[in-house]
Design a protein around this ligand. Structure first.
Ligand code: NAP
Length: 282
């Protein structure tokens, strides 16, 4: 059955709940644009906001959220530990900076942004400690492949509850998604619209026409029906609202399959294995 609201949440393996849809903030770089976007997102029903140390916008997201004047419990904030600050001590320190910039006492979800071989286990130890200290409610990873997750399992006291990875119709990462599901890890889709690359696909346009929806809405709906969490980004209030209006229709089995087979294993972002080895995005 179709979920009825954007505020729908799912239960994570650690018992916490997470909204199924959130708002991405990558590349939003000035206060005015951030204020407008966050205001529009809140009014459209988004309660989860995704940032990262690397985006260098935690310090404008914090005030943009403050201007809404809302109780902290109603929000779900995610940030990510950048490659350049990984390692035990550096991660512990860097997260203090994120909390300060975001003007909050805790994060709902903290992710290791990319796996880095050199700091792989030490960073995760810090993540576990930050959770034990109450600085973060849930801990997860981003851009981890099956082999990274298998490696982590050899030493982790607790496993990540979320794996945020690139996911859209041209890169549906089926094997990774199946693995995450089997291990009770929620897969969260970054670049859920393929950074616009999928928006002119003729098959998606046909399905969109049939439902009298936009291609973006069809793609986001497909992700939700696959039980992923999705975090589209936009700076336009009309698109922010449009992306949230996906809870009033269903894609049928045939439509879901037609979108599934658009997969081309085509990335818009970095290859996790290269970042793992080099410790750098390229
Ligand atoms: P995306 O959400 O797939 O696409 C964003 C692009 O699509 C923007 O150019 C936006 O333009 C446009 N857009 C949004 N809604 C639209 C609509 N309804 N119609 C037409 N165009 C639309 O890409 P993303 O920002 O890369 O990914 C989303 C979020 O995932 C990020 O913001 C970030 O929070 C997270 N992320 C995480 C990682 C990671 O390594 N963990 C990597 C990348 C991203 P306008 O802004 O001009 O509307």
């Amino acid at each position: 059955m179709a979920p009825t609201k954007i505020t729908k949440t799912i239960k994570l393996a650690d018992g916490n709940r997470m909204p199924v849809m959130g708002f991405g903030t990558y590349k939003i770089g000035d206060q005015e644009t951030m204020n407008t976007a966050i205001d529009a997102a809140w009014n459209a029903g988004y309660r989860m906001f995704d940032t990262a140390m690397l985006y260098r916008n935690e310090d404008i997201l914090g005030p943009a959220i403050q201007q809404l004047g809302l109780p902290r419990e109603g929000l779900f904030l995610t940030s990510k530990v950048a490659e350049v600050v990984q390692g035990y001590d550096r991660t512990m320190k860097a997260v203090e900076g994120s909390l300060k910039r975001l003007q909050t006492d805790y994060l709902d979800l903290l992710l290791v942004h990319w796996p880095v071989r050199e700091y792989f286990f030490d960073t995760w130890k810090a993540m576990e400690q930050l959770k034990a200290d109450g600085k973060v409610r849930s801990i997860g990873v981003s851009n981890y492949t099956i082999s990274h997750l298998e490696l982590l399992a050899t030493q982790a006291k607790e496993m990540p509850v979320v794996n945020q990875v690139e996911y859209h119709p041209y890169l549906n990462q089926q094997a990774l998604f199946d693995y995450d599901q089997e291990k009770n890890i929620v897969t969260e889709a970054w670049s859920p619209l393929g950074r616009r690359a999928v928006l002119d696909n003729p098959m998606l346009m046909k399905i969109a026409k049939h439902h009298q929806k936009s291609v973006a809405q069809i793609v986001l709906r497909w992700e939700l029906q696959h039980e992923l969490v999705t975090i589209p980004k936009s700076t336009h209030p009309d698109r922010i609202k449009e992306n949230a209006e996906i809870f009033d229709f269903d894609l049928d089995v045939d439509e879901m399959t037609m979108i599934d087979i658009l997969n081309r294993n085509e990335r818009t972002g970095n290859e996790p294995e290269i970042v793992y080895e080099t410790g750098k995005q390229y």
